[in-house]
Structures are given as C-alpha cells and as structure tokens.
Design a protein around this ligand. Structure first.
Ligand code: SIN
Length: 504
C-alpha cells in the first residue's frame, strides 16, 4: 500500500469530517479512512439530541454557550478550547448543511432549537426529531464515498507505528486477519469512546477504547480518563446498547419520578447532577430503575419518531406509560491529550472527537457538545496540517497536570473466550468504577488481560482492559468528587485538585 498523506482511523463525525475536508483540500492529496466496521456503523449514528451551537439570535450568544459549558465542566475546562468550540461550532454546522445534512426546521423555516440540561436557552439543532447522529453520519458517509479518499472497511488498527519519535501510521489487520503496515505522514485518531467498559451502556459493541489504548501502549499522553459520563435516562430494558431517551424529552417537559411518583431532582440540571440524584434515590428505595413521565408531552411521535418507535418495540406507550429508566455509561470525557489543533504529544499523531481530550468538557460534558467537538476539532486538524504544523504546541490543553504512571498487569495474560473476558471487565468496572466509586471499590477492580492475537475481537478486549486499568488508576488518584467523578469517600470538590491527571 502506498504512503498516505493522512490516515483517518474511525468513521464517526470527527473522522469523516476530517476525511472529506482533507480530500477536498488540494489535488492529489492521498487520504485513507480505516474503519473497523462498515463505514456507517460509528457511535455517531446513535447520537440523539443534537448539536449545541449558537445559530439563533438574542438572547443566545457564544458567551452564554461558553458559560454553560464551563459551569457543567466543574472547574476543569480549558477556557481557550471552549472558546474555540463555541465560536467555530456554528460554522461547522453550516458546513454540514452545505454537505447535505438536513436539520429540523420550525414553522417559520428557521432551524428548530431544543433545550437540554445545563443549557440556559434552547440552542440544540436536531434532525429527524432525535435522530441527529444518524442524519450527520448519512451525509458524511455519502460525502466520503464521493471523494477520492480510499476507504478500508472492516480493517482493525492494532497499534501505532512509531519510528524515530514520530507516528508513521498503524499496524492493522485486514478483513481476513492478515497484518499490514498502513503508512501515513499524518495519522488522525477518531476512534470514539469506550462505553463497552460497562455492563449497561448506550454505546454500540464497537466502542472499545481502541485509540486511547493504542496511545497508552505507545506512551502518548492521555488525560481525564476518570471522567465517564453516565446518561440518566437510558431505557431500563434488556436491549444493549440501551435505547436512549434523549435529554430533549426533559427539555420538552418530561418529568423524573421515583417509585412513589415523587419528583426528586431538577430535570434540566446538568447530567452528572441528575445521574447522581437517580443513583442515590435508587439506592434509598432499593430499586433498579426510576421513571420518566412523558405523558404530558404533545405530539410525541411526530417530534420524536425514532424514540416512539423504540418505545413501541418495547411495548410502551409514552402517552399513558411512565417509562422505566436507569443511568447508563454514555461518554468518555478523557482521551488522548491534544492542543487546540488536535495535535497529540507525538509528532504525526492527531486526535479529534470522543477519543481526544482537548479540554472542552472539563469534568462533565454539557449535553450536545460532543458532535460539536468532533466537527470543530477535526476541521482544525486538517487546517493545521495544511499550514504545515507537525506536532503539539504548548497550550492550555497541556498545562497544569499531575502525572500518573500505569502499573504493568499483575496477572498473566489469559486466552479465555474474549466474549467472557469482555463480560468480566464490564462487570468489574460497573461494580468498582461506576457512577459512584471509592478507594475500596476501585482497589477491587480486577481486569483480565487477553493474550495478544491477530484477531480483532481479542484486540478489542485487550484495549478495554488497557483503558479500564488507566481509568481506575486516575479515578483512584482523584481523591475528590468533581463533575461526573463521584467518590463516596471524598464527597467534596478540592480546589487544589483543579488539575488534569495525565498518564503517559
Ligand atoms: C441526548 O440526546 O440526551 C444525548 C445527547 C448527548 O449525549 O449530548
């Protein structure tokens, strides 16, 4: 395979936006997209609520969006990164519209804006009611297929190729499991998150933390891994990933109720506040789920057709039934540490989207800022490469931090069935490093590490074990509660810990 100019790993909003933009940037540029599943099968496709961006007029403003993002982030956001996010977001949404993505309009023909938790005004644009990710993915997949980018579907990136202190692509398995070196001048990690670390998640089976695990093995700095966002209103149902009941439902007036039918938390509080209140109420009442009451919502099935279909499949009618809900692992806030252009600490390696940590989310991501982050920082990566930038510049995203080191796994590697090992990891992480943790629960997380093999399913579980171990290390070190990291044994926020924990 000939050397690429840009190799994109992953096919969600960040990866595909970068590929489309790079392929259009100059004649003859060689762009490759490597995706471990079919191109359209990225976590982006599952995103519901929408994209938060200031596209309406007064009373909204980018200053207000910035303030809401910082408030949700509980003192850990990088203000410069958030400024970039809110200022450049509206332009990136317009780019998607120009590419053919169709967002919902109001009666006057303007973009319809929804409100979600932590937002002081309605500013979330959406598509198909609550099928925003699916529409963005559709438009981007179509666009990539019409560019000159070469697409490697069902290829699995095993590890970064690092030579002479620079990333030069990846070692990957082709669909039949044969190893190849895929060489590139620049490599963009856009591999998404690691929701599969937990037994109950809104993320698809592919969300196995591959990019962060590759970075950890190559000793590239990662940060903020202890912050895992649990979405409060996943449908309590055996289906996995759990069907999400979008926060937009609460934005439209749906109420949270406990087993006695009482309301117990402000429905539009940030997600960490709601998930914690739910976990406490479930513990106090000895139940496995609570209720979302959407019976008062008008036009449910026309405003939220995909959620209505999920509910009908589960035998629920939102006009009359309260909907059973419980928190589910939803979003990894931490990731590969980058500067404001998505450059990692390793020259030639870039990261954007959920796999990255540019500092925009702090200790808790504001609702609907994730698709936004992917599109904003992917575009900046391509622009920076176009300007000739090659590596990370020392910016806010790289400062104050505590360095942590990762212990080598204590137990020998296992060659047990990878499905069983994945379940064991999910069980251990759910019990020990879930919505609420403490020193003893984290100490008790015992993660089996599969022996290396040229099999994508084994590599995925190795990646989960690697990321899980790093997450537990960071969560144990953070002896405070902040944002979505809640410690029973350290219930307050410590001003001295308003620092990023970096592992490399
Ligand atoms: C939702 O629709 O509730 C999810 C949106 C998000 O994760 O930001």
């Amino acid at each position: 395979m000939s050397q690429l100019d840009l190799l994109v790993l992953g096919s969600g909003v960040a990866g595909l936006s970068a590929a489309v933009q790079a392929a259009a940037s100059e004649p003859g540029v060689r762009v490759g997209v490597l995706s471990k599943a079919d191109l359209a099968q990225a976590t982006t496709r599952w995103a519901q609520g929408g994209v938060a961006a200031v596209l309406g007029g007064d009373p909204d403003s980018t200053d207000l969006h910035l303030a809401d993002t910082l408030a949700a982030g509980a003192g850990l956001c990088d203000v410069d990164a958030v400024r970039v996010l809110v200022d450049e977001g509206p332009g990136r949404v317009q780019d998607l519209i120009a590419l053919g993505a169709v967002f919902d309009l109001d009666a006057a023909g303007s973009l319809a804006l929804a409100r979600e938790g932590g937002h002081s005004v309605a500013r979330v644009v959406h598509a198909g009611g609550a099928a925003t990710g699916a529409e963005i993915e559709r438009a981007l997949v179509e666009a990539v297929r019409t560019t000159a980018a070469s697409v490697m579907e069902r290829w699995f990136a095993v590890d970064l190729l690092v030579e002479d202190g620079r990333c030069r692509g990846v070692v990957a398995l082709d669909p039949s499991g044969v190893r190849h070196e895929v060489r590139a001048t620049h490599t963009l990690l856009a591999t998404g998150g690691a929701g599969q670390l937990y037994a109950v998640t809104t993320n698809p089976a592919e969300a196995t933390g591959d990019g962060v695990a590759m970075a950890l093995r190559a000793r590239v700095a990662v940060a903020d891994l202890e912050f895992v966002q649990f979405h409060p209103t996943a449908l309590h149902h055996p289906q996995m990933p759990r069907p999400l009941l979008s926060e937009a439902l609460r934005g439209h007036g749906a109420l949270l109720r406990d087993v006695d039918g009482e309301r117990f938390v402000e429905e539009l509080a940030p997600r960490d506040v709601v998930s914690r209140a739910m976990a406490a109420r479930m513990l106090a009442q000895g139940v496995t789920h609570l209720w979302l009451d959407a019976t008062g919502l008008e036009s449910f099935s026309s405003r939220f057709p995909t959620i209505a279909a999920d509910l009908a499949a589960a035998g629920l009618d939102p006009a009359v039934d309260w909907l059973p809900i419980a928190p589910a692992a939803h979003y990894c806030i931490g990731g590969v540490l980058t500067d404001l252009d998505g450059a990692s600490a390793l020259p030639g390696l870039w990261a954007a989207g959920e796999v990255a940590c540019a500092g925009v989310h702090g200790a808790n991501r504001l609702a609907s800022n994730s698709l936004l982050e992917g599109m904003v920082f992917a575009a900046r990566v391509v622009e920076a490469i176009g300007r000739g930038k090659d590596g990370c510049e020392e910016t806010g995203a790289m400062r104050p931090s505590n360095r942590l080191t990762l212990d080598a796994p204590a137990a020998p590697a296992t060659d047990a069935d990878p499905i069983k090992v994945r379940e064991q990891i999910q069980h251990a992480m759910t019990i020990g490093a879930g919505v609420v943790r403490d020193a003893a629960s984290l100490e008790g997380v015992d993660l089996a590490m599969p022996a290396p093999a040229d099999r994508a399913d084994v590599c995925e579980v190795r990646n989960l074990a690697t990321v899980g171990a790093a997450l537990v290390t960071a969560a144990a070190a953070r002896e405070e509660s902040r944002g979505c990291h809640t410690r029973n044994d350290f219930p307050t926020t410590q001003p001295v810990l308003a620092r990023r924990f970096v592992i490399s």
